[in-house]
Design a protein around this ligand. Structure first.
Ligand SMILES: Nc1ncnc2c1ncn2[C@@H]1O[C@H](COP(=O)(O)OP(=O)(O)OP(=O)(O)O)[C@@H](O)[C@H]1O
Ligand SMILES: [Mg+2]
Length: 341
């Protein structure tokens, strides 16, 4: 478990002081993936570095598995840091060492015997799906495979906590998927607490349990991913929504963007709304995803502009909420219109 209390980090520069992290409280439970999102310069990497104490916090505490790192001596800190594995955007592999030799590095530093080290490295490479690539050098591996070697190395000392700072940035979709799948497995199989720093909302939606938005050193919005996705008033929830299918509706129609998370929504909801309005209601786009075990559906429906409010009410009665802050989108005949809110 990672807990930070009132964490502040300020830099002094030519007499002026910049507060990069401002009294942050945060927790990542065991077996949980907590995402932190935010614009460039928001302080995400600084947060990651403060958690490993690579950067010393100006004030506040960092507690990993019950050990207050900020109160530890230099020697205790070295031991405590072993509980934290890190993976970064650049894989940081040594080019003249094979995959296996890279993974073995932290074990060598600890003086683990060669036989023990070999066994552990083989197990780790197997774990990340690279059992057959042990003797490959980094340049003989794909970006995603190199990143997996980085994950294996981060796991070498059996950490309780994993920090991932933009580990999938710059990877192709397939490699991104493989890394995300791996992180999910590590959470579920090893009960790791994972702090996932990313700017990719899709990654958050796919594997994170909670998400917080960091803006100018403060958390401006946070919550469980599944709750935010269904919260019609949440901007973060809106940003987390999948890209919606573009939609076209007939003249005089508007598109309403709606989400539902309840299994109680009747399968024939579209027909019911049509019947209630006495007007045709068209399905313009739909996406259904399973987030954290809950089915979250996003639909775009086209209704006659004059019946937009009645349609909202009828949908709400069936457990389907329309976005309140987004006005109905006017749709032109045969035009393709992006309905992203
Ligand atoms: N050593 C330093 N001295 C002074 N300012 C710093 C230092 N390190 C970082 N900063 C400042 O802290 C702010 C946050 O930087 P940080 O790297 O944490 O952002 P980030 O959210 O990770 O951005 P990105 O998404 O681009 O990686 C920036 O304004 C940066 O200039
Ligand atoms: Mg960064």
């Amino acid at each position: 478990m990672i807990r930070i209390d009132q964490l502040t980090k300020a830099y002094e520069h030519a007499g002026s002081r910049t507060v990069v992290l401002d009294s942050l409280d945060f927790e990542v439970g065991r077996g949980e993936i907590a995402a932190v999102v935010g614009r460039s310069g928001a302080g995400k990497s600084t947060l990651a570095q403060c958690v490993t104490l690579l950067e010393l916090p100006t004030s506040g505490s960092v507690i990993v598995d019950g050990v207050d790192l900020t109160a530890s001596s230099e020697r205790d800190l070295r031991t405590a840091r072993r509980a934290i594995g890190t993976i970064f955007q650049s894989d940081g592999l040594f080019s003249r060492r094979t995959a296996a030799e890279n993974v073995a590095l932290p074990l060598e530093f600890l003086g683990v015997t060669p036989a023990e080290s070999r066994a552990r490295v083989a197990e780790l490479l197997e774990r990340v799906g690279l059992g057959d690539k042990a003797r490959h050098y980094p340049h003989q591996l794909s970006g995603g495979q190199r990143q997996r070697v980085g994950v294996a190395r981060a796991l070498a000392l059996r950490p309780r906590v994993l920090l991932s700072d933009e580990a999938t940035s710059g990877l192709d979709p397939e490699s991104t998927q493989s890394i995300l799948g791996l992180l999910r497995e590590l959470r579920d199989d090893l009960d790791l607490s994972i702090l996932l720093i990313t700017h990719e909302m899709e990654a958050v939606r796919e594997i994170a349990d909670t998400v917080a938005r960091l803006e100018a050193g403060r958390f401006t919005e946070r919550g469980r991913v599944v709750d935010l996705l269904q919260d019609q008033s949440s901007q973060l929830g809106a940003d987390l929504q999948p890209q919606r299918a573009s939609a076209a509706a007939a003249d005089g129609q508007v598109a309403l963007l709606a989400t539902y998370g309840s299994p109680d929504v009747p399968a024939d909801w579209l027909a019911r709304v049509s019947a209630e309005l006495g007007e045709p209601v068209g399905l313009l786009g739909a996406a259904v995803e399973v987030v954290d075990g809950t089915t979250v559906g996003t639909v775009t429906v086209g209704v006659p502009a004059s019946h937009a409010d009645a349609a909202r009410d009828a949908l709400a009665r069936l457990g389907i909420q329309t976005r309140r802050d987004a006005d109905p989108l006017p749709l032109l005949n045969d035009d393709e219109i992006e309905t992203a809110a």
